[in-house]
Design a binder for this molecule. Structure first.
Ligand SMILES: [Zn+2]
Length: 669
């Protein structure tokens, strides 16, 4: 069954406004290993295009910053006092789709371990303070590395003042995210007050070649310019989950990229967040990064390059180049001045050193925070299951809790949680299916009792959300049990997949990804009088037509009746339908044959309702539609199939002769 995030409306609204300008996420510069080190500059251009009224150009920003840098230098020269070290409170948002939290020896996913997440903060401190033992901090081309005198602390209180472990783990019920949806959905949904915390996100990028991106700081007080209200809720730094943290602290639970595994993706992105540009200025020799002590360069360096350009050795060891993690170790004096100037003057930066984000938060004994996550649709009737997360914010382990929920103001239902949640642990729960309506549904959920006593903090006991349910319960019925898919891919066939699921969400058939601009013809046979869902996906979220090739798809019955067709969609498009084949007397011969045992271990027996007519063949198909067993039938003693060699899973047995056929699903143990 397909999960839909709680953000159904948000997502839709966003897509409607987004579609006006973006068909594809910005594409970064790929290095020799096929990975995109950083997408900050491209995303900055994207933001400017999106909010032309609200964002300032690179030139305007530099015009604003330059005199402030001069002022900073003058003040520094005048005073012999040491500049105090500035500390930035950090919150780490781990975005996942419900996978278990990574543990040593377990299956590893984007739901990274706490140890991996917080190891990133240590890397930032090592790199920005140029601490002893910082990987790579040895001999370099220029030996120009300095202590930036900015450091980072993991938040110990959340925006409500409650105690926090600095990690906000959120199930958004989607495995991977485009940059457009990260800025449009993930960040606004999860961000903590950006004037109190530097927000860091660990996500699974849909574009798996991308490592990270940041949002540049803003200026303020520029005549005729707004102060950037839009991008406030996208401010921060993002990296792919496998570039977050450092291998140096791996306790077996870490999942890291082979090359970029020392946490320098985030060191680089935080450099951008504090106003640094790439050292080649994103241009040729004449383009500057506004730092005099980073020699001009004509482009990014990859690997551990020792190259010259523009008449000098490149400073490939600079964190703002694209070198491998192990070959970076330098922020220069001018980069430091630039970052400190931004820290003192830029909105959502200058407030950070005085934030109370790293002061101890209040911890109650019995306190649960509840939030709605995603809704699971029941495809065959009007109903859905609300998904929730409960987080133990109290100091006492939670062994039981009472959760109350209601839809559209109907009578409240109660769910009793039992388990064992330590402080800051999270439990994901799918509440039992509720009746809904076709259209907008308001879902309310609340926690009342914790450990048999009243929850002490009322402010985090409620959550409410709108869920758009687009199903009137009238599932279209088709006079067919065999369906035909014709799929023509666009210029990005690798983004296209599909699946056919039954009413319980089991995947019966699936296909893709595919080659570009190719035609696929698949055939599915399903059980009669059952309900199914066909879904086509585009991993990039821009459908299979019309900007990047002319893809299309159609699902039809044998007589050409169209179940669904199209090509212009976003992330996915689906249809639920019921197979309701009315059978002729002759077809009835094979319509409702029986099989036993089911599940089957070795031999599957076939029992016909009408033994006057025998099939000519018995075939077994796997869920990819491939015939894995074919057997000829000459007399009734042939009505069995040896399935002992098949792998465990779902299969279909089809009996057929020239004029008729019948299909039954079975499970191989
Ligand atoms: Zn960058």
């Amino acid at each position: 069954m397909k999960n839909f995030t709680r953000l159904a409306c948000f997502s839709l609204c966003f897509i409607l406004s987004l579609s006006a300008w973006a068909q594809k996420d910005p594409q970064g510069v790929k290095g020799p290993n096929g990975l995109v080190r950083c997408l900050t500059t491209e995303m900055d251009t994207e933001l400017s295009n999106r909010y032309p009224e609200q964002t300032i150009s690179k030139e305007e920003f530099e015009e604003w910053l330059a005199p402030k840098i001069e002022e900073f230098k003058v003040n520094q020269a005048l005073t012999s006092l040491q500049q105090p070290v500035l500390t930035i409170p950090v919150v780490i948002h781990i975005i996942h789709d419900g996978d278990p939290i990574n543990v040593a020896g377990g299956e590893l996913s984007e739901n990274i371990s706490y140890a991996q997440a917080v190891s990133q903060v240590d890397v930032l401190n090592e790199d920005f303070r140029r601490l002893m033992g910082t990987p790579g901090a040895g001999e370099t081309n220029y030996n120009a590395g300095v202590d930036v005198e900015i450091e980072f602390c993991l938040a110990t209180q959340d925006p409500n003042g409650a105690a926090s472990n600095g990690v906000n783990r959120v199930n958004l019920c989607q495995e991977s995210w485009s940059t457009a949806d990260i800025d449009g959905i993930v960040k606004p949904e999860t961000i903590w007050d950006p004037t109190k915390y530097m927000n860091m996100w660990s996500v699974n990028f849909t574009d798996s070649s991308l490592l990270g991106y940041a949002q540049f700081p803003n200026s303020s007080g520029l005549g005729g310019l707004n102060t950037n209200n839009g991008p406030a809720d996208t401010d921060g730094v993002v990296s792919n989950y496998n570039a977050f943290g450092t291998l140096a602290q791996d306790d077996g639970s870490f999942i890291l990229n082979n090359t970029y595994n020392l946490g320098r993706t985030m060191t680089h992105e935080v450099g951008h967040y504090l106003g640094l540009r790439h050292i080649w200025g994103d241009g040729a020799c004449s383009v500057d990064d506004f730092c005099d002590d980073t020699p001009n360069s004509d482009g990014a360096n990859f690997g551990c390059a020792m190259d010259s350009s523009c008449g000098s050795m490149d400073m490939s060891e600079n964190y703002m180049d694209y070198s491998d993690d192990s070959c970076m170790n330098t922020f220069t004096e001018d980069q430091k001045t630039r970052m400190l100037t931004v820290m003192m003057n830029s909105p959502r930066r200058m407030e950070l050193p005085t934030s109370i984000g790293c002061s101890a938060g209040t911890a109650s004994t019995n306190d649960i925070e509840v939030r709605l996550t995603c809704f699971t649709e029941n495809i065959c009737e009007v109903g859905f299951s609300p998904g929730i997360e409960i987080i133990n914010k109290g100091t006492a382990a939670v062994t039981e809790a009472t959760i109350t929920y209601s839809v559209n103001g109907d009578a409240a239902q109660t769910y009793e949680y039992t388990g064992n949640l330590n402080q800051f642990d999270i439990a994901s729960i799918n509440l039992p299916s509720v009746d809904g309506i076709n259209g907008n549904n308001t879902v309310n959920v609340s926690v009342t009792d914790v450990n048999g006593t009243t929850d002490e903090v009322a402010s985090n006991n409620l959550d409410s959300d709108e869920y758009i349910y687009a199903n009137d319960g009238d599932i279209t019925e088709y006079n067919a049990t065999t369906y035909f898919l014709e799929l023509v891919t666009d210029d990005y066939g690798s983004e296209t997949t599909y699946e056919v699921t039954d009413a319980s969400g089991n995947v019966l058939y699936e296909g893709g990804p595919y080659e570009d601009n190719t035609t696929i013809n698949d055939e599915f046979t399903v059980e009669n009088n059952e309900c199914f869902q066909f879904t086509i996906f585009d991993a990039f979220g821009d459908g299979i037509c019309c900007g990047y090739g002319d893809g299309s798809y159609s699902l039809t019955t044998g007589d050409g009746t169209v179940v669904i067709e199209g090509g212009q969609f976003e992330d996915s498009e689906s249809v639920a339908f019921r197979a309701n084949q009315s059978l002729s007397v002759k077809e009835n011969a094979f319509a409702n044959f029986a099989i036993y045992p089911n599940p089957a271990d070795n031999v599957l027996n076939i029992s016909l309702n009408n033994t006057n007519e025998l099939p000519e063949t018995v075939k077994v198909f796997n869920t990819l539609g491939q015939a894995v067993v074919t057997k000829s039938v000459t007399n009734s003693s042939d009505l069995n199939v040896n399935v002992s060699s098949l792998q465990k899973g779902i299969y279909f047995v089809r009996i057929e002769n020239e004029t008729t056929s019948g299909v039954v699903k079975f499970v191989k143990n």
